[in-house]
Design a protein around this ligand. Structure first.
Ligand code: HEC
Ligand code: HEC
Ligand code: HEC
Ligand code: HEC
Ligand code: HEC
Length: 342
C-alpha cells in the first residue's frame, strides 16, 4: 500500500464513522417520539380543547389551579386596568395583546415575542401557555415517572425559569414591563436566585392527586403589586440623626428595579415635627419611571439612596414609604411599605 492510500483511508474512516453515528441518532429519535407519544396520551388539540371546556388541569392539580386562578396571570386579559390601557393603543393586537393572551410559549419559543391567541383569551396567561409543547406533552422540573393523561418532559427551563419569565417580563422592545434586565445585575442573581425564588415560594406537597409522595414544588401565586406582604418585603427604611440633620436611607431589596413596573410609583413621605408636635415640614418624593430627577429615579437592585433633612435638637422626624398602583389610585389606597422615625 502506498502512503497516499493510507492517508485516504485515515480520512475516510472518521467520515464513515460520523455518517453511521448520525444515522443511529436519527433512528433513536424516531423511536423515542413513538414511544413517548403513544396513543394513550392525548394530542395537543385534545388537551387544548379540554383545558377550556373541562378545565382538566384542575382535576389533577387542584392546589396549583387555585393559586393560579387568583394570580395576575389568570387575569392578564380580563384585568380592567389592562383593558383600559390597551384601548388607548391604536394597534393593540400587535403591540399589547400578544403577552396578555399568548399562544403557548414553548411553541413560539422561549425568549421570543409571544403571538396572540385567536380563541379563549379570557384565560390570560394560562397553564398551557407555560407548559405545553406541540406534541401535547407537559414540561416541568421533575422527572415524572407517573404519566397520566399527558406525557411529561423534564425541563431545566422550568427548574430555573428566569429565561422563561423573560419571554414576557424581559422583551427589550417593552421596557415598561422589564424586570429581567435589572435582575441580571442584582446580588440575588449573583447568588443563583431566580424569579421563582421570590415569586413562586417552595412548598412540600403532592405533584398531582395521583401522586403518592410529597415533593418540593413551587406555589403558583406570583405575588406582586397586589400583595401587601410582598410590598413590605421590597424595601428598608432607616433614619439616623447627627448634629443638625437627619439622614433617611432607602434600600431596594426587590431583586430588580423598584418600583418594578413603569406605571407604579413609590412615595417617600417625610414629616418633621417640633417639640410641641406641630408639623413644620412635609415632603413627598415620587419615585417612578416617569421621573428624570436623580433622587426620584427608580432604585436599582440593592441600591441605597440617602435623603438629608435639617433637624433641630428637639425636632422629630417620621418617614413612610408608600406604594401607588397607578397614577389615578387615590391617596387613601396607597399601601404603606415601610416606616421609620427618630
Ligand atoms: C412583552 C410582553 C408584553 C407586551 C407586548 C405588553 N405587555 Fe403589558 N404587561 C406585561 C407583563 C409581563 C406585565 C406584568 C408585569 C408588570 O407589572 O410589569 C404587564 C402588565 C401590564 C399592565 C399593568 C396591569 C395592572 O393591573 O397592574 C398594564 C396596564 C399593561 N401591561 C398594559 C399594556 C399595554 C397598553 C400594552 C401595549 C402598549 C402592553 N401592556 C404590552 C407584558 C406585556
Ligand atoms: C407563568 C408560567 C406558568 C404558568 C402560567 C403555570 N405554570 Fe406550572 N410551573 C411553572 C414553573 C416555572 C414551574 C417550576 C416550579 C419549580 O421549580 O418547582 C412549574 C411547575 C409546575 C408543576 C410541577 C410542580 C412544581 O411546582 O414543580 C405542575 C404540576 C404545574 N406547574 C402545573 C401547572 C398548572 C396546572 C397550571 C395552571 C393552573 C400552571 N402550572 C401554570 C410555570 C407556570
Ligand atoms: C388525569 C390527571 C391529570 C390531568 C388532567 C393533568 N395532569 Fe398534569 N400530571 C398528572 C400526573 C399523574 C403527573 C405526574 C405526577 C408525578 O410524577 O408524581 C403530572 C405532572 C404534570 C407536570 C409536571 C411535569 C414534570 O415532570 O415536572 C406538569 C407541568 C403538569 N402535569 C401540567 C398539567 C397541565 C397544565 C394540565 C392541564 C392542561 C394537566 N397537567 C392535567 C396528571 C394529570
Ligand atoms: C429577591 C426577591 C425577588 C426576586 C429575585 C425577583 N423579585 Fe420581583 N418582586 C420582588 C418584590 C419584593 C416585589 C414588590 C416590589 C415591586 O413591586 O417592585 C416584586 C415585584 C415584582 C413585579 C410587580 C412589579 C410591580 O410593581 O407591579 C413583577 C412583575 C416581578 N416582581 C417580576 C419578577 C421577575 C420576572 C423576576 C425575575 C427576573 C423577579 N421578579 C425577581 C422580589 C423579587
Ligand atoms: C406568557 C407571558 C408571561 C410569562 C411567560 C410570565 N409572565 Fe408574569 N405576567 C404576565 C402578564 C401579562 C402579567 C400582568 C397581568 C396584568 O396585570 O394584567 C404578569 C404578571 C406577573 C406578576 C404580577 C405583577 C403585579 O403587578 O403584581 C408577577 C409577580 C409575575 N408575572 C411573575 C412572573 C414570573 C416569576 C414568571 C416566570 C416563572 C412569569 N411571570 C412568566 C405575562 C407573563
Amino acid at each position: 500500500m502506498t502512503s497516499v492510500s493510507i492517508i485516504r483511508i485515515a480520512l475516510i474512516c472518521p467520515l464513515l464513522a460520523l455518517i453511521t453515528f448520525c444515522a443511529q441518532v436519527e433512528t433513536a429519535d424516531e423511536t423515542d417520539e413513538e414511544s413517548i407519544f403513544e396513543p394513550s396520551y392525548l394530542s395537543y388539540d385534545d388537551i387544548y380543547r379540554d383545558f377550556t371546556t373541562k378545565k382538566m388541569c384542575k382535576r389533577c392539580h387542584p392546589a396549583i389551579w387555585r393559586e393560579w386562578e387568583r394570580s395576575m396571570h389568570a387575569k392578564a386579559w380580563e384585568d380592567p386596568i389592562y383593558q383600559e390601557a390597551a384601548n388607548q393603543v391604536a394597534d393593540r393586537e400587535k403591540k399589547c395583546d400578544p403577552c396578555h393572551a399568548p399562544e403557548p410559549i414553548l411553541i413560539t419559543g422561549i425568549g421570543k415575542m409571544p403571538t396572540l391567541r385567536t380563541t379563549d383569551r379570557e384565560y390570560g396567561v394560562s397553564c398551557i401557555v407555560c407548559h405545553i409543547d406541540a406534541h401535547g406533552a407537559m414540561h416541568g422540573p421533575h422527572e415524572s415517572t407517573n404519566p397520566m393523561y399527558h406525557a411529561n418532559v423534564t425541563s431545566e427551563a422550568h427548574a430555573k425559569p428566569t429565561e422563561l419569565c423573560a419571554t414576557c417580563h424581559g422583551q427589550p422592545s417593552v421596557p415598561e414591563h422589564n424586570q429581567v434586565d435589572s435582575f441580571r445585575e442584582s446580588a440575588a442573581a449573583e447568588q443563583g436566585l431566580t424569579c421563582a425564588t421570590c415569586h413562586m415560594p417552595a412548598v412540600k406537597r403532592r405533584l398531582s392527586v395521583h401522586s403518592y409522595d410529597n415533593v418540593s414544588i413551587r406555589r403558583h401565586t406570583w405575588a406582586g403589586s397586589r400583595s401587601v406582604n410582598k410590598l413590605r418585603s421590597a424595601a428598608n427604611l432607616k433614619i439616623t440623626r447627627a448634629a443638625g440633620k437627619a439622614t433617611v436611607r432607602l434600600t431596594n431589596k426587590a431583586g430588580h428595579l423598584l418600583p418594578g413596573e413603569a406605571l407604579r410609583a413609590i412615595i417617600l413621605d417625610t414629616k418633621i415635627f417640633d417639640a410641641n408636635r406641630e408639623m413644620t415640614r412635609h415632603e413627598q418624593v415620587f419615585i417612578s419611571a416617569a421621573s428624570n430627577e436623580p433622587e426620584a429615579r427608580r432604585l436599582a437592585p440593592d441600591e441605597t439612596r440617602e435623603f438629608l433633612y435639617p433637624l433641630g435638637d428637639t425636632d422629630q422626624i417620621e418617614a413612610k414609604l408608600l406604594y401607588r398602583l397607578i397614577p389615578t389610585t387615590p391617596e387613601t389606597e396607597w399601601v404603606t411599605m415601610a416606616e421609620a422615625r427618630q
